[in-house]
Write a protein that binds this ligand. Structure first.
Ligand SMILES: *Cc1c(COP(=O)(O)O)cnc(C)c1O
Length: 375
């Protein structure tokens, strides 16, 4: 091999930071000099800019993606006795937040091709107690929203999009997060738009819900010390907002670079894919995938991962255990084998490095390493 590459990390945040370092430090200095750390012009500016980009009328900054989900459900008044239908295959927060509010997560299986929630299973899971559906746009690819929105409209219930991994992803031309009743985003550092700490956002086109969200994120106070409802401290801080405002103008180019890298993996992995040794991620018609993760499927995944670890190729398993098999949810009464597509995904998925600054030589090293381990 001609290249000098001998290791590739799963994610290299330094590579993104280096060219924008001066702008970031200037933005942080601006907040420090203002001594305004909570709310204020940085948070309001970010909310305005994100609402524009996401084509929604309302964007409410919050403290994390997890708190975005909690705040969204609190704004809808979801609580004990309520059911929320969601996927069994996602990051823990998606279902954990439902339980934290005393409601019951009703889990359904995924569509095997995309690992996104199966809309037919969603329709079958609706009961008189269902208050909301939470589809997750997993790995950066939109869930199949049209049938989910139809099911919700028929039942008269809300759709909360978990778009934590999917900022800028589109579904038939429209940005995710504005398709349902509420959209939830995360600025965790490994997401496509990452803060220097925790942060999140809730979007909606419903001004009444947005007012409620702004109450919920600040202890339900309006004015100060007069509490209309019981909320929490779900505020986004000005330092994070200032950092995110420096990054936001770069997001489209970073996403384009991730998509270019995905295309390159498809080319480089084509021989292994043709032999059935690797299954590539799909981008369904009408879905503009932003590749927060590039997730392949392989036989004997743990052995492949160990082989790649030995060649210093960073990979990750998203996610090794579906919700219905998690210890903390055993009281929900689900059984092994109940959601076979999710269980198969948990055993076979492997995320490869896909960040925008990844070079062609690095990608060749990743693919050569996979060929050696599998071959
Ligand atoms: C990251 C993530 C969250 C939680 O976001 P945090 O900012 O880490 O709290 C929720 N749902 C999904 C699908 C995620 O990937």
């Amino acid at each position: 091999m001609s290249s000098q590459v001998s290791s590739v990390p799963l994610l290299d945040l330094h590579a993104q930071y280096r060219p924008i370092r001066e702008d970031i430090l200037a933005a942080i200095a601006r907040v420090c000099d203002s001594q305004r750390f909570i709310g204020g012009p940085e948070v309001e500016g970010l909310e305005r800019e994100l609402a524009g980009m996401l084509e929604v009328t309302e964007a409410v900054g919050v403290s994390s993606g997890t708190d975005a989900l909690l705040a969204a459900m609190m704004a809808l008044g979801i609580g004990p006795g309520d059911e929320v239908v969601t996927t069994t295959y996602s990051f823990f927060a998606t279902a954990g937040c439902v339980t934290r509010l005393g409601a019951r997560p009703v889990l359904v299986d995924i569509a095997p091709a995309t690992c996104n929630i199966d809309p037919t299973a969603v329709a079958a899971a609706i009961t008189a107690r269902t208050r909301a559906i939470i589809p997750v746009h997993l790995f950066g690819c939109s869930a199949e929203m049209t049938p989910i929105l139809e099911t919700a409209a028929k039942a008269g219930i809300a759709v909360i999009e978990d778009a934590a991994q999917a900022i800028g992803a589109r579904y038939h031309g429209r940005p995710v997060g504005g398709l349902g009743t509420l959209g939830c985003f995360s600025f965790f550092p490994s997401k496509n738009l990452g803060a220097f700490g925790d942060g999140g956002l809730v979007t909606t086109n419903d001004p009444a819900l947005a007012r409620r969200l702004r109450l919920v994120r600040n202890h339900g106070a309006e004015p100060k010390y007069f509490h209309k409802i019981v909320g929490a401290n779900f505020r986004l801080d000005a330092l994070q907002a200032a950092v995110l405002r420096v990054k936001l103008p770069h997001l489209a180019a970073w996403t384009a670079a991730r998509r270019r890298n995905a295309d390159r993996y498809r080319e480089l992995l084509a021989p292994l894919s043709a032999k059935g040794r690797v299954r590539l991620p799909v981008e369904p018609a009408g879905c503009h995938h932003i590749y927060n993760q590039f997730v392949i499927r392989v036989e004997d995944r743990d052995r492949v991962k160990a082989g790649l670890d030995a060649r210093r190729v960073g990979t990750e398993v998203y996610y090794p255990v579906p919700f219905h098999l998690q210890e903390c949810f055993k009281d929900l009464g689900y059984k092994q084998g109940q959601f076979p597509a999710a269980e198969e995904a948990a055993d076979g998925t492997l995320a490869l490095p896909i960040y925008g600054e990844l070079t062609e030589d690095q990608q060749r090293y990743v693919v050569d390493s996979i060929a050696q381990v599998i071959g």
